[in-house]
Structure formats: structure tokens, C-alpha cells
Design a protein around this ligand. Structure first.
Ligand code: MG
Length: 372
């Protein structure tokens, strides 16, 4: 029988054991180069020809492994460069760190990597590290990350990025088929690319998308940075007459003053942010009232830690947030953000009901490949 003293101290011993800090003991990476597929185009880029994925694993002394993937839709050498950053720059800084301190890890990595600049691929590496850290924390707590962060919801409205430019598609038959497929999959909102050709061509593509979507469904446009201020305004006036829900990335991301002018001139919602890095750039855009909807990307904006701060700055300014890209990492973050309105997506969604996808219940980020 335990003494009275032992009985009294038992809960403290258990609490101390539970408090035992985790330690990151190994960083591993894999590189997957995907075979070229039929290219798709937006107004700026060719996607699908050079694509790859870098997988990051952070192993801990408790046997929990945090996973993250960073996907590249273009840039031939991008995955190799990111892998080198993780292996040679991040690894020596993150080993022996406690994953329960993600903000301390972020500060340590930012201090360690600032010499090369905290944007570009450097921030892809920092974001992947942060996502893997949150995967560890969720697994350790036995909860999906969205629940652990204090969720605002358990499902997210999604839209399908389906209306690309294709080779040999002057009659828009491929474009039309892709939109019809997305609608048949249950999406209540679709996004199409604009701006590659003339204003008349844009009008034709938008008209077709709006007609196919019909009453009650939304159509978003994405110009992928290609206009100057005059052209962005000229086209935006037509776009808003056609009743689209948002007008995305009309200008290059650095033209914050141009975004502010455009947002003031047009009634249609201006959406941008997929090419902004860290909360400081978002804060600049938001302070200038340069967007109605902010769109962080989970590689460029930073990981979970940075996203929550960006979302709070946007929320305080009365702005909505939509993710650039989809998947379970975005879902975990978006469900924790009160002003999130959409997750970008494409293809069939097994957990979609009435245009919304339910959040995963797997502990962590759901970044670990199934069956591993
Ligand atoms: Mg975009």
C-alpha cells in the first residue's frame, strides 16, 4: 500500500512525466520528381512540366515524427535547392530543439537564415519546418491540429481551380469540360484563369463559366500578376459587370500602391497574397487597404505559426482570408481562423457536403502519407 505521502505526490510525478519536453533528434528529407504531365497555363506560367515534392520528417526522442511536404508546380531545380536548404541550413539549427516552442524555433531559424533573405525558398524551408513541428504537437496531444489551435469551425467551403488555359483549345472545349467536371463533383464555386489574351477573349471565357455555373454558384477570376495598373483597372471594370465573386492577383505582388488604387476604384473584391512572404508583407498590403481577401500560401507566407498571425491582422482590418492551395495542412489552419471563407481545391473531394469539406480527425496535420 502506498504511503500517504506517495499518494499525494503521485499526481505530481505523472504531471512531471507528461511535461517532459520533447526533443527533435533527426531531420530527414526525400525528393520526388514527378513525370511531366500535359501542361496547363495561366497568364504567367506553365505548370505540370517541371514538378516535384520535397518531404520533410522531423523525428523526436518520444518516437513521434512530424511530416511536411512542399510541392512545386514549376521550377526545375526548386525541389533540389529546397532540400539543400533543409539539410544544410535548417538541420543544424533545429536538432535538439523542443517542438512545443514553435515560435522560439521560428525565431532561431529566422536569425540563422537571415543572411540569405527570409523570402523565397528560404521561407519554403522555414514553413515546412513549422508545419512538421505542429504535426508533432498534434500527434503528441492526440488531436488534429485544427482542434488543438482552438477551432472556429469543423468544415470549410471549397472552390475548384478548374478553368485553365490548354494547348489547342481555341474552341474552349477542354476548358468547358473541366468546368463541367468540377460542377459535377459538387463544387459550388469555381475559379478560372484570365488575362493571357485579349479582353474579348476574357469576356468569352467568363461568360461561358458564368453560364455553366448558373444561379447560386460563384465564379472567381485569377490574372496571375500580368497587368499594369491601367490594364488591371480597364479589365476589372468589365469583370465586375459580369458578376464575378473575386478578381485575383491583377498586379505583381510588390505593387502594394497599385493594389490600394485598384481596391479603391473597383467594387469587385480584390484577392491577393499567394506571393507574399511573412506577416510583415501582409501587414503592408492590409494597412494600405490593398485587398478585400488575403490569400496566404503555406510555403511562402510561412507555416502555421505565421498564418495565425496573418489571419489575425486581416481579421482586425475586417478582411476575409482564403487559402492559396488546398489539402489537409490548409484545412487544419483554415478551420482555426475565424475570418476564413474558402479553401482552394481541385478534383474530387471525398469529404465534401454541400460544397464544404469536413476537417480530418487524424491527430496532427494529416501530412504523414497513409500506410507509413
Ligand atoms: Mg492565384
Amino acid at each position: 500500500m502506498l504511503s500517504r505521502r506517495a499518494l499525494l505526490s503521485a499526481p505530481l510525478v505523472i504531471a512531471a512525466q507528461q511535461r517532459k519536453s520533447l526533443k527533435i533528434v533527426a531531420l530527414e528529407t526525400d525528393l520526388t520528381i514527378h513525370p511531366p504531365r500535359k501542361p496547363t497555363y495561366d497568364a504567367l506560367q506553365t505548370l505540370g512540366v517541371n514538378s516535384g515534392t520535397v518531404t520533410l520528417r522531423l523525428r523526436t526522442d518520444a518516437g513521434i515524427t512530424g511530416w511536411a511536404q512542399s510541392n512545386f508546380g514549376a521550377i526545375e531545380g526548386g525541389p533540389q535547392a529546397l532540400r539543400a536548404l533543409l539539410e544544410h541550413e535548417v538541420k543544424p539549427l533545429i536538432l535538439d530543439q523542443d517542438p512545443a516552442l514553435p515560435k522560439a524555433i521560428r525565431a532561431r531559424l529566422q536569425r540563422g537564415l537571415q543572411y540569405q533573405g527570409l523570402t523565397g525558398l528560404t521561407n519554403f524551408a522555414l514553413a515546412a519546418s513549422d508545419i512538421a513541428v505542429w504535426d508533432i504537437l498534434g500527434k503528441h496531444a492526440g488531436m488534429p491540429v485544427w482542434r488543438m489551435l482552438g477551432a472556429a469551425r469543423d468544415r470549410m467551403p471549397v472552390y475548384s481551380m478548374c478553368g485553365w488555359y490548354y494547348d489547342n483549345d481555341n474552341d474552349l472545349s477542354q476548358y468547358k469540360a473541366q468546368i463541367e467536371t468540377a460542377l459535377s463533383q459538387g463544387y459550388q464555386a469555381i475559379k478560372i484563369k484570365t488575362g493571357k489574351y485579349s479582353l474579348a477573349d476574357d469576356e468569352r471565357r467568363i461568360r461561358l463559366a458564368v453560364d455553366l455555373a448558373g444561379q447560386g454558384r460563384r465564379v472567381m477570376l485569377d490574372a496571375n500578376q500580368v497587368f499594369n495598373r491601367n490594364e488591371a483597372l480597364r479589365r476589372g471594370r468589365l469583370y465586375q459587370q459580369m458578376g464575378v465573386f473575386w478578381y485575383e492577383e491583377p498586379l505583381p505582388p510588390h505593387d502594394m500602391a497599385g493594389y490600394a488604387e485598384l481596391a479603391a476604384e473597383l467594387d469587385v473584391r480584390i484577392a491577393t497574397g499567394e506571393n507574399l512572404y511573412l506577416k510583415h508583407q501582409f501587414n503592408d498590403l492590409i494597412q494600405r487597404r490593398g485587398a478585400d481577401i488575403v490569400q496566404p500560401d503555406n510555403r511562402r507566407a510561412g507555416g502555421v505559426t505565421e498564418w495565425l498571425e496573418i489571419a489575425a491582422i486581416a481579421d482586425a482590418a475586417g478582411l476575409d482570408l482564403a487559402s492559396h492551395g488546398g489539402g489537409d495542412v490548409n484545412m487544419n489552419m483554415l478551420c482555426a481562423i475565424p475570418n476564413a471563407i474558402y479553401m482552394e481545391s481541385s478534383g474530387p473531394q471525398p469529404r465534401m457536403i454541400d460544397g464544404e469539406v469536413t476537417a480530418p480527425e487524424t491527430p496532427g496535420m494529416s501530412t504523414e502519407p497513409k500506410g507509413k
